[in-house]
Design a protein around this ligand. Structure first.
Ligand SMILES: [Ca+2]
Ligand SMILES: [Ca+2]
Length: 249
């Protein structure tokens, strides 16, 4: 690939990193369609992108045909060559081999002893050798391999999920609690590995959604759809992950 700038993104003409509109500033108090619902016993379910939850570090629903962080962090995201279509919940982003979604380096995503990554993915073309779903370079990530198995990484620690179907929305979550690193697929735990070392924080290249973020640009693109992406500075519970996976079922 050519035309890449440092920090995992194509360089848009006339706009450097952090110079685009980024879309991050239009929160405006609209948390999207995840309305507050009264659940059983009158409990109030927080909105999907709860701007008041300090552990929610990134939340992208792609609803309204936009790539915008709806968390309280308002992280700027630069999207290149993306389209939108029906998602697992509302709209989703549709990615090709030339698509790039990049966010700048931020300490908000330097998570160490507790983290959760979650998203719906619809793989349209078998990855070769892999597709990046969420990658905070040199720190942690979520991927799908050429064998159509999703997997999660923290540094060199890997935990793998089962083979998933192409062209079907599947919920994947990576969860680390400082002791154990787990992968959940469609709301059920599939694998776990022991890891007690904190996740590394030295990556300086920012992060990508739908590609591998490398120091020399975006790589290992997902061809397909990505939806309802959240990154947390906490280990979400099995019940919370099952609820997130069930939103489209
Ligand atoms: Ca959506
Ligand atoms: Ca970093």
């Amino acid at each position: 690939m050519t035309g890449l700038a440092a920090g995992c993104q194509f360089a848009p003409s006339g706009a450097g990193p952090g110079d685009g509109d980024g879309g991050g500033g239009d929160g405006g108090g609209d948390d999207g369609p995840a309305a507050i619902d009264a659940g059983r016993d009158g409990a109030v379910t927080p909105p999907f992108c709860d701007r008041d939850d300090l552990d929610l570090r990134l939340c992208v629903t792609f609803d309204g045909g936009a790539v915008v962080d709806q968390s309280g962090r308002d992280l700027a995201l630069a999207a290149t060559a993306v389209a939108f279509g029906p998602g697992a919940v509302g709209a989703a982003v549709q990615l090709t081999a030339s698509s790039v979604i990049h966010g700048a380096e931020t300490p908000a995503l330097d998570l160490t002893t507790a983290l959760t990554l979650e998203a719906f993915v619809r793989v349209a073309a078998t990855p070769s050798p892999r597709a990046g779903l969420i990658d905070n370079n040199a720190q942690y990530g979520m991927w799908v391999g050429a064998n159509m198995r999703p997997y999660c990484t923290i540094g060199s620690t890997t935990v793998s999920g089962p083979t998933i179907f192409a062209d079907r929305w599947t919920h994947v979550a990576c969860v680390f609690d400082g002791q154990t690193f787990r992968i959940f697929v469609d709301g059920a735990q599939f694998g776990s590995v022991n890891r007690t070392a904190p996740a590394p924080t030295g990556g300086q290249d920012g992060f990508n959604l739908g590609q591998d973020c490398t120091s020399s640009g975006a790589d290992d693109p997902l061809t397909g759809g990505l939806d309802e992406v959240r990154v947390w500075a906490s280990a979400r519970t099995p019940e919370q992950l099952a609820a997130a996976a069930a939103r489209r079922l």
